[in-house]
Write a protein that binds this ligand. Sequence first.
Ligand code: TXA
Ligand code: MG
Length: 315
Amino acid sequence: MTKTLHLSPDDDGITRATKVLHADRLVAFPTETVYGLGGDARSDMAVARIFEAKGRPRFNPLIVHVADAEQARDFVVWSDLADRLAGAFWPGALTLVLPLRAGHGLSPLVTAELPTLAIRCPAHPLAERLLRAFGGPLAAPSANPSGRISPTTAAHVHDGLDGRIDAVLDGGACAVGLESTIVGLSDTPVLLRPGGLPAEAIEAALGAPLLRRSAEAALTAPGQMVSHYAPGARVRLEATHVMPGEVLLGFGPMACDLNLSRAGDLTEAAANLFGHLHTLDARAPAGIAVAPIPTTGLGAAINDRLARAAAPRDT
Ligand code: TXA
Ligand code: MG
């Protein structure tokens, strides 16, 4: 067991976090989407520790975080399209998948031996300070045990990973609340994961529709396990009534246990989604019933995460 330090969002916290990272050890840090579990992306030891701490299958590659697009060019083969999307949305909730560049210097564990790399520049002042102070790329999956709900507060990280990681840098609640949108740019631009940046905004910047991966392809792609983001309780979607023992997660004006957004606002619902699932799950209900949620804009990613939370599980 490691004693997990709680670091404050100030110079002292950043200095201590940087020391931990330079020792090839792990720091969870806030981004605008969810908390990431960061380790030096160039270090086999640090990256191996990430997989170990999360209980994550080794074939599921990690996102590398950089301070700016300039730094990204050290690791991937940059392109005009990458430039256009990074110019429009970085720093922000967009991850680009691009071909790895020769001499990238990253641990091969990061990409699970794929010829491509997922890379993003997060829009959170503490993440940016940490990346600049550390001075290198940080591999960072969401800071939750593999298969569980992603963390949007430092307390969620402690709940899931205390004793398994070295430190948590506390930056309060994440503003977006959903993981980044992932776009593959190795070939024709393709939406690999809906997320905190609506696909419509990316399509507007591209001036063309994104390819959508078929559900079948999604199943064979790394990391897109069907059962994911799972709370302990069973999750039931499109609920119009509550069954005995269930709690109701609402949307819009309605009677319920917790409401994602009483005003029916998808941005507010995204920010509340994982936190409300954590809270309801902690009550150990027979099940969590979820009211219908629109599928446009951020609703696509919200419904994607809920569908995974509701999927049949092995355990
Ligand atoms: O918002 C986010 O993206 C957060 C914060 C911490 O940045 N990170 C995050 O990481 O959600 P993670 O590991 O939970 O999800 C990364 C996803 C996985 O589904 C993985 O399979 C996919 O990215 N991925 C990573 N590298 C890839 C690649 N080369 N090609 C396709 N998918 C990739
Ligand atoms: Mg994750």
